[in-house]
Every structure is written in C-alpha cells, then in structure tokens.
Design a protein around this ligand. Sequence first.
Ligand SMILES: [Zn+2]
Ligand SMILES: [Zn+2]
Length: 128
Amino acid sequence: MNLFRIPEPYYNNNIKIAEHFNLSEFTCPCCGRVMLDKRILDYLIEVRQRFGAPVIVTSGYRCELHNLHIGGREDSKHLVGQAVDITKRLTDDLKKFREAVIQTSWKYPIEVVYETDHYHIEVQDENP
Ligand SMILES: [Zn+2]
Ligand SMILES: [Zn+2]
C-alpha cells in the first residue's frame, strides 16, 4: 500500500564526482536531494578500482519520507549520507566483488554488512 505521495525528483545532480561515479547515483529517488560523506566516496572509488567493473549503487542518500516509505531503520545512516547499498552487475564475478568490498574496508573507517542482495556500507563512528 502506498501511504505517501512520492513527488517527482526536483533536483538535478548530474555532476561527475569521480572517474566512475556521478552524484545523481547517490540521490534520494523521491526528491533528488543528496548528502554524501567523502569517506564513502573514497571507499567506493577503491572498490571500483580493485573490482575493475561497475559498482552499482542501489540506495544512497534517503530523506526521512523515503526512508519511512521503504521501511528503513529510524537511525539509518542513509539519512545523513553516511551509508550506501552496493551491488554488481549480474554478469560480473561475485567472489571478486566480495573480495574487493571486504579488502578495501580494512583501509577505511567503513563497516560492511551483507544483506542477501547487496552490501550495506556505512561510515564507522570514530568516537563510539
Ligand atoms: Zn526524498
Ligand atoms: Zn543500506
């Protein structure tokens, strides 16, 4: 059941932010707003480099309405641009993708959570 009227995105974030990433990939699908922690971007750039194939962002920034709509956690780091969900193309190698995701995480303040069809990546609190 659709409880919310989801407006058309009204921001245009078609901005290249790295060789293989565009800001629009990280925007909230309902409103087009975006926040992105640079540590997430730096991490993704290295995963992309190790993997050698596209890293697909399935969820980046979420506004509160969208997070509620999809049943995200109330304290989700997607709400502040400190989390992304990523996957690979169907035809690319899963083992290689997993290795790139895990090995890169050792170098960044990043936590990786495997969620059946994607990896949830979030910035670790530096002073927990
Ligand atoms: Zn939104
Ligand atoms: Zn997530």
